[in-house]
Design a protein around this ligand. Sequence first.
Ligand SMILES: Cc1ncc(C[n+]2csc(CCOP(=O)(O)OP(=O)(O)O)c2C)c(N)n1
Length: 628
Amino acid sequence: MRLLETINNPNDIKNIDPSQYHELAKEIREFLIKKVSATGGHLASNLGVVELTMALHLFLDMPKDKLVWDVGHQAYTHKLLTGRREEFDSLRQFEGLSGFPKISESPCDAFNTGHSSTSISVATGIAKARDLKGEKFKVVAVIGDGALSGGLAYEALNNAGNLKSNMIIVLNDNKMSISENVGAMAGYLGKLRTSSKYTGIKMKVEESLRKVPTVGPRIIKSLKTSKDSVKSLVIPGMFFENMGITYIGPIDGHNIGIIMNALNAAAQSNNPVLVHVITKKGKGYKPAEQDPSKFHAIGPFNKKTGEGIKGSEKFRTYTEVFSEKIVELARKDSRILGISAAMADGTGLTKFSKLFPDRFFDVGIAEEHAVTFAAGLASQGFHPYVAIYSTFLQRAYDQIVHDVALSGLPVTFCIDRAGIVGNDGETHQGIFDISYLSHVPGLVAMAPKNAHELEQMLEFANTLEQPSSIRYPRGKATEKLTEFDAPIEKGKAEIIVPSDEFIVFAVGRMVKVMYEISLKLASEGINLGVVNVRFISPMDTDMIDKAASTASCIFSCEENVNRGSYGEALGSYLMEHGYKGRFMNLALPDDYMVQGSPNDVRDSIGFDPDSLYNDIMEAVKTVFGKKS
Ligand SMILES: Cc1ncc(C[n+]2csc(CCOP(=O)(O)OP(=O)(O)O)c2C)c(N)n1
């Protein structure tokens, strides 16, 4: 029987003989490569933390002790070691195993995650709660060097160092965010890595550890009894020490014995301790070691070659459309700058970064800073295009309001992955941006119906002397509806299908869906007019007034939750202006959307074309019913 098959419950790993750890790690890697090659998922980060996760599970008593993962995309081995092996075939599928820690999935998942840089804050809170309640258990946060570029992590360190509760922060340093990690902290960690290897500072280590109250001498004692290689790898990380956080490291994150020694030493302290482990992203699988960015998150692939398994359909994505157009605009206008928060590839800014290295900024996983940094640049005459996924821009709400919009600065937010995104699930759905942007005074919020309109909107945004946003969905760009090409005019919607009787105001990708429903209805003798909203704000009140003067039924349709939606604003406007007809807002339910392919998710909530058609039909029938 394979070792992995003997691990069916939390803590089962403790029954494995240490001489077999190496074999178990190998089996885990084989398992992960096999499963992720079939389902897709985050592979490289998971391969890098196999030994680290094993050591943590040997060290901790699950689920009594609390293990908090940062982002959580690297928790696959943790899932394997806590009784979820059989569920891996459904990884990231509809109703399947989540790709992230989920409290509802296992008592061993201490916290729900998906967004970056939260683990130290959460663990600090859990540790403090434990102390307040007089309970005893260990608390460990695991944070990557990429996630350590997020501001929240520093706010947490600042607080943790002051609270004097024991908790362990494992800094999993693989030099990579999704791409190469950036920024001054990345440089500092690099120095820690090299100085420990090359400067022979063993003596200094001991000296500086002695200065650390309480825990220092104990660590020295523990290290003296451990292998020499550990001793030599312990150096003072003064940045952390100065914040009141004891630093141990850097240590080899693929050596279970060394990690266990460090964790045991760290557990002796009354204060927070940071254990700096060095790992290799993609370890044990050549293609992932060679190209960890590609294997950070990957669709199904051929495990022999590492090549992605692509469908035969050829198409442009909205990201690619953005990528080409922003370059074209930047060639003509040197005021245009590109800003990314650690997602240059994902948002389509890599080409821009290569062509205009001086005008491109990857600020790290720091969405709040990205926005306020853009505000500073815009205040000096530049026009930054800030490309951030809808879900991650949630973080920067106050920066958008306070730093950009209040001063009317020309910053354009290019909001990729707006709407239902799929397999990453609840934490990654882009379903709130209309709600958090459409009420911001002075911000022009747009959504294109197709690829060409995205290009037009990107160009139009550059003519504005005020903030703007453009939301567009993940994946294939709509190349249809190009026959509708009215010039973009601020705050003006576009008529796609004229009608006086029934009219739907559709936002972004829903324009095509509504257009197709309108064709179907036409064949049944019902004339559904379709308006392409284009501007979520400012609303085209002329167009709305005109529709309200004739239509017995007005609909709106968008892929955003109902509360705060364009439709909600439209409904409120109609009511205030005495509209007597029927109004129906076809938006997403006010809830979190689960994981699964976007179409599975839409089917599950009745937001697929057939359900929308039925909703419209039903409303239309009630109007006919009243007439007869
Ligand atoms: C707020 C936020 N922004 C962006 C992301 C996308 N993202 C997921 S993982 C990741 C890189 C994390 O790097 P690191 O913490 O070093 O972990 P590694 O994958 O290298 O193990 C990024 C940018 C996110 N999850 N949350």
